[in-house]
Design a protein around this ligand. Structure first.
Ligand code: MG
Length: 390
């Protein structure tokens, strides 16, 4: 059988796009931007960039066709670009872009024996995988969702994630604003619930009224018994899901919480492969999974999503800091899955960075619209390259 094309070049770009207010809202007391441009949130002890940092991957074929990928590069992005340029690129030169799954499996195997089945290594695979799937779509002039088995829908309900304001009153006002725009789901972040998590939930419910899905991201703050206690209090205000109650490694804690509360747990933004999801599915640790395209890539995302079908679990994908390339891939993959009631909408990132990508991807009045065109349907606009660093 003839080849579709051949990959001839792989390039990476680290981008750093300024933002007025840091992700998760204004700096709290004791929080500062360090000399590398990072800040640590006291509420969840996690490090974030003060700009929108991302890694773009460009794959070019013999025909001149181009595919774009993007991966998670929010902290130490050079780790990812080094892996892609030193390890992955030479291996995929000459491969057929019509073989994205086989290429992904081959790249995963390269470092498996050394224990690199997560972290920066799999992030690197994700960026390459998205670019190859996009190139495949460009070569056959078909949208990504179609290559994944077909789009079940052209629009996907979006839930508003995070209310990046300094006070509880302002966060409530912002939630009401989004509901008035047509959004039916809002999630707040426990890391910045300065007045208390239960007080925030109660105030938000009073502000938005019944009929709006309210979610909480608990940011791994609690032991299992603490999480059960607090989630039960939140359930009194009609909680749609509770995200990440316990520390990521605490599988037994996740299982205990899942059995001890009524609301579904939403887990998975930090997991990259089916091997991390599978034991949690088996233990029934969650009712909702949150795969992050920037960590998984298309191939693994679909593998995880299909496994969720088999366990009767909903997929509500995570949305992280990026310029929109992995978001486009995430929307296509979501459109190809069943049981996807929502996709996360990081409005303070998605809308701001939409000007940096081509195509008609957008989120309006409560719904994402699947980008049209071949592949995932977006490419970095020329303006992005004014923000390339390193
Ligand atoms: Mg989260």
């Amino acid at each position: 059988m003839s080849r579709l094309d051949a990959i001839t070049k792989v390039e990476t770009f680290i981008v750093s796009i300024p933002r007025d207010v840091p992700y998760l809202g204004p700096l709290r007391d004791g929080e500062r931007v360090n000399e590398k441009g990072y800040l640590i949130r006291n509420g969840n002890r996690s490090i974030y960039p003060s700009t929108d940092m991302s890694v773009l991957v460009k794959v070019t074929a013999e025909s001149g066709k181009v595919g774009w990928g993007e991966t998670y590069g929010i902290v130490a992005p050079q780790a990812v670009t080094t892996i892609i340029n030193d390890v992955l690129a030479p291996v995929i030169i000459g491969r057929d872009p019509g073989d994205p799954v086989v290429i992904h499996e081959d790249l995963y195997d390269l470092m498996r024996v050394r224990g690199f089945f997560g972290g920066y290594y799999v992030d690197s695979l994700a960026g390459v995988d998205i670019a190859i799937w996009d190139l495949f779509g460009q070569c056959v002039d078909r949208p990504l969702a179609s290559l994944l088995g077909g789009a079940r829908r052209r629009s996907i309900p979006a839930y508003v994630s995070g209310l990046p304001k300094a006070t509880l009153q302002e966060r409530c006002d912002l939630a009401v604003e989004w509901v008035k725009k047509g959004y039916r789901g809002v999630k707040f972040a426990a890391a910045v619930s300065d007045e208390g998590i239960v007080a925030e939930m109660k105030a938000l419910r009073e502000a938005v009224g019944p009929g709006v899905d309210l979610m909480v991201d608990l940011h791994w703050k609690f032991t299992a018994p603490e999480a059960v206690r607090i989630i039960k209090k939140l359930e009194a205000h009609d909680l749609y899901f509770a995200e990440a109650p316990c520390e990521p490694e605490d599988m037994e804690g996740q299982e205990i919480v899942a059995r001890g509360v009524g609301a579904p747990l939403a887990l998975g933004e930090e997991w990259r492969t089916v091997y991390e999801y599978r034991p949690r599915f088996e233990k029934r640790c969650m009712g909702v999974i949150q795969p992050e395209m920037g960590h998984t890539g298309v191939t693994e995302f679909l593998h995880i999503g299909r496994m969720a079908h088999a366990f009767h679990v909903d997929t509500i994908p995570h949305a992280s800091i990026g310029i929109g390339v992995f978001m486009a891939a995430s929307l296509h993959a979501t459109a190809a899955l069943k049981r996807t009631p929502y996709h996360e909408y990081q409005h303070s990132i998605f809308d701001k960075n939409l000007t940096y990508v081509t195509g008609d991807m957008r989120c309006e009045a409560g719904f994402y619209h699947l980008p049209s065109g071949a592949g995932h349907g977006v490419a970095p606009h020329d303006s992005v390259f004014n923000h390339v660093i390193g």
